[in-house]
Design a protein around this ligand. Structure first.
Ligand code: BEZ
Length: 248
């Protein structure tokens, strides 16, 4: 993935952290605990986790995001880290992760890492894209790219709850809750909402094309998805979430 645009992310897609607040309810409120925020982005939820933990560390693979997080929350420790090679061992009571796991192709390796960094009885609270997440947008984008001579290879990992539950068990987790649900997500900025979203999240695909082609592709995707995602005043993305609470 190319580097994240941390400004576009915070200005237009702050709903990512906003919705993540629901997941905070599943984190025990115990000042003596240590929490890892895995894929912390610009640190919005990390700063909330800091209200109920002694130690919170936010990690993200994007240097842009970590730089912005560190500027905003100077008292919290943030690190650039690859989720598949975390430099910790049996160190955290809780691993928290919002809207990140779908970026990681190998969920088996990921859960192995999460298990490694948790203390015994440690908790995983995570939420990310479930099977069928953004299917309308992604299918339209793939078809339009193909018509323009570009091959879009789906890059997200949106598992079913059954598949993810199997991986959790295989990696030594006991499942407290696992369920998926539709979470239609209104996009900011009126008629520009879907274009902003595509520019942020398909940035690495778009950067292979001229600006003219990018604009044409975005316009065609809008045409194709209008009927289901546009209500005359705003775009709503067809998000589906998988929520998991599990412990070791
Ligand atoms: C999501 O949060 O579901 C998501 C965000 C960006 C791209 C794909 C999925």
């Amino acid at each position: 993935m190319s580097e994240w645009n941390a400004v576009l992310y915070d200005n237009k897609h702050d709903f990512v952290a906003e919705y993540g607040k629901g997941l905070l309810e599943f984190v025990p409120k115990n000042k003596n605990q240590s929490i890892l925020d895995l894929g912390c982005g610009t640190g919005t939820l990390t700063s909330q986790l800091a209200n109920f933990a002694d130690t919170v560390i936010g990690v993200d693979s994007s240097a842009n995001m970590i730089e912005k997080a560190q500027k905003q929350y100077a008292d919290i420790k943030f690190m650039v880290c690859d989720a598949l090679s975390l430099p910790f061992e049996k160190q955290f009571d809780v691993v928290f992760s919002n809207a990140v796991f779908h970026w990681i192709a190998d969920h088996n390796a990921l859960l192995n890492q999460v298990h490694k960094v948790l203390k015994s009885n440690g908790l995983l609270a995570c939420e990310f894209g479930a099977n069928g997440n953004i299917a309308t947008i992604e299918n339209a984008f793939m078809n339009v790219c193909r018509n323009f001579g570009y091959e879009y290879n789906p890059k997200f990992n949106f598992p079913t709850s059954e598949h993810f539950a199997d991986l959790l068990k295989k990696n030594g987790f006991m499942i407290d809750k696992i369920y998926d649900y539709d979470r239609p997500t209104p996009l900011k900025d009126n008629e520009r909402g879907l274009a902003n979203w595509i520019k942020q999240f398909f940035a690495s695909d778009l950067e292979l094309m001229s600006e003219k082609v990018q604009d044409e592709i975005i316009k065609k995707v809008e045409d194709l998805t209008k009927e289901s995602l546009w209500n005359g005043s705003k775009w709503t993305a067809d998000y589906r979430r998988l929520r998991v609470i599990a412990h070791i």
